[in-house]
Every structure is written in structure tokens, then in C-alpha cells.
Write a protein that binds this ligand. Structure first.
Ligand code: NAD
Ligand code: AHE
Ligand code: ZN
Length: 369
């Protein structure tokens, strides 16, 4: 079939909206009509050329929601008409990782997914007879996409696509980092670096579990009011701190953060996030993704003296199991999404969504098909 997609032809270039070919779903695959997709900083990370796994030409996008339009042979868990959220972290429930119960990082299709291909090592998308690569196994910057059955979460039909698409990445990542990865306890002091689409969800997750101080750190003062609305108790603009940021944050949190979260993708900030943690027990969680060749560093003494460095992908959520529950949390008012969707646009204007991210004006832009 012909579908409308925003194609990333080369790194650094704006996306180009094209009519492309999409093949039918093969055995174990699902055709999804994408109704809405958010634009996450990770899409920009790949578009910009910083992603060592970035492949071009490709169809980016990984924060979608839509309806099953058709299923391939053997598909049992979803049927035509089901409302679904595509999963860049699938859940096969059979691989070593899924069976371990220690991680959400299903390995069933990770190798082909990283090469921009479906599990049979081919692409379903093409343009003028040449293959276009999939992205993160999801390619939601298209009005139809094909996904493996293990990479779709069935969700309730009364939830609005243009809001729950955010559960496909940002909301789940931020809230899940608090609940699943850090397991923040009530009364904790928390420091969140970066108050964008991920950091604000960390803040609301911290409020939800009953954190005490919730310190937000961002260079953009315009993020302050929304962060307060989501539960931030103290705002710190590093540009306004005299002297070093780390001792300032240690003082503000009575000796250091119980938990800190890096939601930027800056390796220097990752170090600050670790080092502002409390001696003896502070845990720092890396959420931001850093560009090719970048590395983190600290004095080993920071770990010897009891700080822990962790990371999280998709907030530790097991997609097919946890995503429907997070949709319920949203529908029941336990988490908020609506104020974070600051801009919406048709696919034709998708590059404006990237511009708004760069200018710091948006939290999430959502493309509505
Ligand atoms: P965003 O652009 O919405 O937010 C980033 C925020 O960081 C902005 O508010 C910006 O002002 C702030 N910032 C930038 N540099 C700063 C600095 N030096 N000090 C303080 N604040 C600074 O991005 P996002 O969509 O929230 O994504 C954040 C990061 O998380 C990205 O690296 C993204 O790729 C990553 N991410 C990771 C996962 C995962 O599963 N691990 C999931 C989603 C996103
Ligand atoms: N391709 C990058 C890594 C990017 C990365 O870490 N992605 C996160 C999700 S970000 C969503 O916005 C993730 O899920 N990581 C686990 C995985 O298996 O990719 C690189 O550096 O190579
Ligand atoms: Zn994302």
C-alpha cells in the first residue's frame, strides 16, 4: 500500500514527507494505522547524526499510538480494530532477558531492530524500489507501520491517541525510571537534571511516590512553572549558581540526593548527577542518551563511598504488560499528560516540532495524522 511518511534521507537534514510503499505484514507481524506520534529528543539524536546506530534513509518515530489495521499469519494477541501502542522495547516473554525477570530489555529482535530491519532481516518500507530502513522497530512517523506482534501493547479503546502516544516513550520512561528503576521511597530527596519531556515525567513520578524535596535543574528558566505544577519543590538554574553546582545541590538536599536522574544526554551533567548523590546510599539514574564516542567519568571514590550509578531504558517497563496499566493510570488521573503536549501538528509540519524542541518552546510536540 501507499503510505505517507516523513523520511530521514541523511543525517542533519530536515525530514521530507513522501508517499512511500509499505508491504503487508508477514507471519507474526501487525499492520498498525498510526493515529498520533510524539517527537522525542531521541528522534532528534538520531536525525542529528549523533546516534552510532543511526541508519539512513529511514523513517524515524517511536512514540506512537494507533489501531491494528491487519494482522499477519499466526498473530494471536491482537486483532484488527484493537488500539495499540508500538513498543521499541518489545516483550517476547520467552528470551533469556524476559525470563530472568531482572530486566525489561527483551533481546528477541534487538539485533535486526538495530539494523533498521524487521526480524526476517528485510524492510517493509521502500521508495522508488529502494528500501527505507525502520527505526527502533517502530517508525511511527508514517500513517501506517508494520511491527512484530511482540512489539505492540494492546490498550483500552477509550483512551485518546493524541495523548497516550506519549506513553510509547516519554511518560513511561520518566515515571518508570522512578517507580521501576530507582524504586524511590516516600520521603526521599530527588534531583532531576533536564526538565523536558522526560524530566517532567520523572518529577511527576517522584511526586506520585511521595518524594519530599524534588529539585529540578535546567538552564532554561521557562521550564520552572510547568515543573512546579508537576511537583518540583526547588528550581536550580546552573547558570545562576555561584561556584560549583555539585556542593550547591548537596547543601540543598541536606547532604546529597537520595536519587538523581539525568534527563539530558550530557556526559558532564551525568557526572554531576552522580556526585550530588548522598554518600553511602545515593543512586543516580542515567536516562539521557549520549552521542557516539562520548564517555562518562568520575573518581572511583564516588562509588567506593557508596553511590550507585544506574541506567534505564523505557523506564524499566515491560511493554505489553506495563503499558496498558500506565494508560489506566492516565485515564484514572494518577498521572498527567495533557499539559505536557504543548504543540500538535500535521505530518507535513513535522520539522516545526524539531524546531520547537531546539528553541526550548515545547515539551512534547505530537503529530496527529
Ligand atoms: P528535551 O529536549 O525535551 O529536554 C531536555 C532538557 O534538558 C531541556 O529542558 C533543556 O533545557 C535541558 N538542558 C539541556 N542542557 C542542559 C544542561 N547542561 N543543564 C541543565 N539542563 C539542560 O529532551 P527529552 O525528550 O526530555 O529527552 C531527554 C533525554 O532523554 C535525551 O537524551 C533523550 O534521548 C533521552 N531519552 C532516553 C530514554 C531512555 O529510555 N533511556 C527515553 C526517552 C528519552
Ligand atoms: N542507539 C543508541 C542508543 C539509544 C538508546 O539508548 N535508546 C534507548 C531508548 S531512548 C528512547 O527515547 C534504549 O531503549 N536503549 C536500549 C537499547 O537496546 O537500545 C546508541 O548509543 O547506540
Ligand atoms: Zn523516546
Amino acid at each position: 500500500m501507499d503510505v505517507k511518511a516523513a523520511v530521514a534521507f541523511e543525517a542533519e537534514k530536515p525530514l521530507s514527507v513522501e508517499t512511500v510503499r509499505l508491504e503487508d505484514p508477514k507471519e507474526g507481524e501487525v499492520l498498525v494505522e498510526v493515529k498520533a506520534t510524539g517527537i522525542c529528543h531521541t528522534d532528534e539524536f538520531t536525525r542529528s547524526g549523533a546516534d552510532p546506530e543511526g541508519i539512513f534513509p529511514s523513517i524515524l518515530g517511536h512514540e506512537g499510538a494507533g489501531v491494528v489495521a491487519a494482522v499477519g499469519k499466526g498473530v494471536k494477541s491482537v486483532k484488527e480494530g484493537d488500539h495499540v501502542i508500538p513498543l521499541y522495547t518489545p516483550e517476547c516473554r520467552e528470551c533469556k532477558s524476559c525470563l530472568s525477570r531482572k530486566t525489561n530489555l527483551c533481546t528477541a529482535i534487538r539485533a535486526t531492530q538495530g539494523k533498521g530491519l524487521m526480524p526476517d532481516s528485510t524492510s517493509r518500507f521502500s521508495l522508488d524500489g529502494e528500501p527505507l530502513y525502520h527505526y527502533m522497530g517502530t517508525s511511527t512517523f508514517a500513517n501506517y507501520t508494520v511491527l512484530p506482534e511482540i512489539a505492540v501493547a494492546k490498550v483500552r479503546p477509550d483512551a485518546p491517541f493524541e495523548k497516550i502516544c506519549y506513553i510509547g516513550c516519554g511518560a513511561t520512561t520518566g515515571v518508570g525510571a522512578v517507580v521501576n528503576t530507582a524504586k524511590v521511597e516516600p520521603g526521599s530527596n530527588v534531583v532531576v537534571f533536564g526538565l523536558g519531556g522526560i524530566g517532567l515525567n520523572v518529577i511527576q513520578g517522584a511526586r506520585m511516590v511521595g518524594a519530599d524535596k524534588i529539585v529540578g535543574v535546567d538552564l532554561n528558566p521557562a521550564k520552572k512553572s510547568l515543573a512546579e505544577r508537576f511537583g518540583m519543590t526547588h528550581f536550580v538554574n546552573p547558570a545562576e549558581v555561584e561556584g560549583d553546582l555539585v556542593p550547591y545541590l548537596v547543601d540543598l538536599t541536606d547532604g546529597g540526593a537520595d536519587y538523581s536522574f539525568e534527563c539530558i544526554g550530557n556526559v558532564n551533567v551525568m557526572r554531576q548527577a552522580l556526585e550530588c548523590c548522598h554518600r553511602g546510599w545515593g543512586v543516580s539514574v542515567i536516562i539521557g542518551v549520549a552521542g557516539a564516542g562520548q564517555e562518562i567519568s568520575t573518581r572511583p571514590f564516588q562509588l567506593v563511598t557508596g553511590r550507585t550509578w544506574k541506567g534505564t531504558a523505557f523506564g524499566g517497563a515491560r511493554g505489553r504488560t506495563d503499558v496498558p496499566k500506565i494508560v489506566d493510570w492516565y485515564m484514572d488521573g494518577k498521572i498527567e499528560i495533557d499539559p505536557l503536549i504543548t504543540h500538535t501538528m500535521p505530518l507535513e509540519d513535522i520539522n516545526r516540532g524539531f524546531d520547537l524542541m531546539h528553541s526550548g518552546e515545547s515539551i512534547r510536540s505530537v503529530v496527529i495524522f
